[in-house]
Design a protein around this ligand. Sequence first.
Ligand SMILES: *[C@@H]1O[C@H](CO)[C@@H](O)[C@H](O)[C@H]1NC(C)=O
Ligand SMILES: *[C@@H]1O[C@H](CO)[C@@H](O)[C@H](O)[C@H]1NC(C)=O
Ligand SMILES: [Fe+2]
Length: 434
Amino acid sequence: MASKLFLIMAVVAAALPFAAVADYVRPPPRPILNSSLSSLPPSIPQQVHISLAGANHMRISWITPDENAPSLVVYGTSPNTYPFTAQGESTSYRYLTYRSGTIHHTVIGPLRDSTTYFYKCSGVGPEFQLRTPPSKFPVTFAVTGDLGQTGWTKTTLDHTAKSQHDLLLLPGDLSYADYLQPGWDSFGQLVQPQASARPWMVTQGNHDVEHIPILKRGFIAYNARWKMPYQESGSGSNLFYSFDVAGVHVLMLGSYTDYDVNSDQYKWLKGDLAKVNRGNTPWIVAVLHVPWYNSNTAHQGEGDGMMAAMEPLLHAASVDIVLTGHVHAYERTKRVFNGKSDPCGFVHITIGDGGNREGLASKYKEQPEWSAFREASFGHGVFNVVNITHALWGWHRNDNDQPVAADKVWINSLSSSGCLAKKKKELRKLLLAP
Ligand SMILES: *[C@@H]1O[C@H](CO)[C@@H](O)[C@H](O)[C@H]1NC(C)=O
Ligand SMILES: *[C@@H]1O[C@H](CO)[C@@H](O)[C@H](O)[C@H]1NC(C)=O
Ligand SMILES: [Fe+2]
């Protein structure tokens, strides 16, 4: 135990010199991208993206301007040959003067692991291909938050595409459409090349709410377009859910829906954690938008309410790593709990530096003892879970278009430490609390 901790600390110390790159000249802003949607014929499916939908299943989502297009996916394991067919559902929405296209969601499967499938949406248009994730270690997650749709977003996406990941985690703030609904369509087009090929698992950020008092409730576009496997994970809301991939249990939590101990989210979380078997999923990862441990001057204190409600439970459940966004900079902590470093706490990572138009948050407070690495640059993360005990976390800076690995550290799963046994009583107490 102690030797593992020393190993982590040694690696952290070794990584530290990179934190002080004084001569990294931060490149200038890049323009907002506007992809032209009107140039597509009305029958062609667009904005194709995929997500995990329960064991061995995948949800295919896409939009057609044509409201009569069927919610049909044909697929198979060889190009242009589609022995399988799945029928799904469709929805649409209005937002002030905007009318969305027809938004289709179709679940396909059962699918084989680590297998390439070729598919077509609504029976027309181009063929897409996806690869299903593995059922065993190793498994690799790409992580990018606060994406938006600028030239820097494009760079981040190009870099994540090269990172050989099995799926992508997005801790909130997707399109930065900010009430102007065509922005959701251009975002859908921008991410299609990657999001149609690997599952994109997202949770919500403040830019995804788009609530207008009296006129419009929150998350109309987000929920209609980015349907996640909440029903499959026993949740009553698209704003919080969980899934398993290989040996990792992933909690996708909501910073912009109720989280107090009496909330639906908290009750669902208790039920979800009660079912986790660390033998099957030795790793637990939590993803949410507003950071709990961050020493940037931006957004200080905004995560305090959720942290007060949920940190004790996530800690008791021995969550290994918490991934967040919101602050447009990168920061990794040592293992933390209750405001200090703690060998049985989680590693907290802020990675809201996907490249949106608001730019970087480059002002910091004095570095707290729990902060291991911080830098305000655009980039993305790669979380490579090698086996039951070891995972390699890396943050890659968008350094003049080369994905430079700027921070790299081995993380050990808490399930192979003494922490689980130590916190057993605490977890039981919290799970059984009314
Ligand atoms: C995209 O649209 C915005 C707002 O209409 C405009 O300022 C910007 O120059 C456009 N970008 C490109 C690449 O056309
Ligand atoms: C897990 O991976 C680490 C890093 O590659 C390696 O040192 C360790 O021996 C592996 N453990 C097992 C049980 O394979
Ligand atoms: Fe945000």
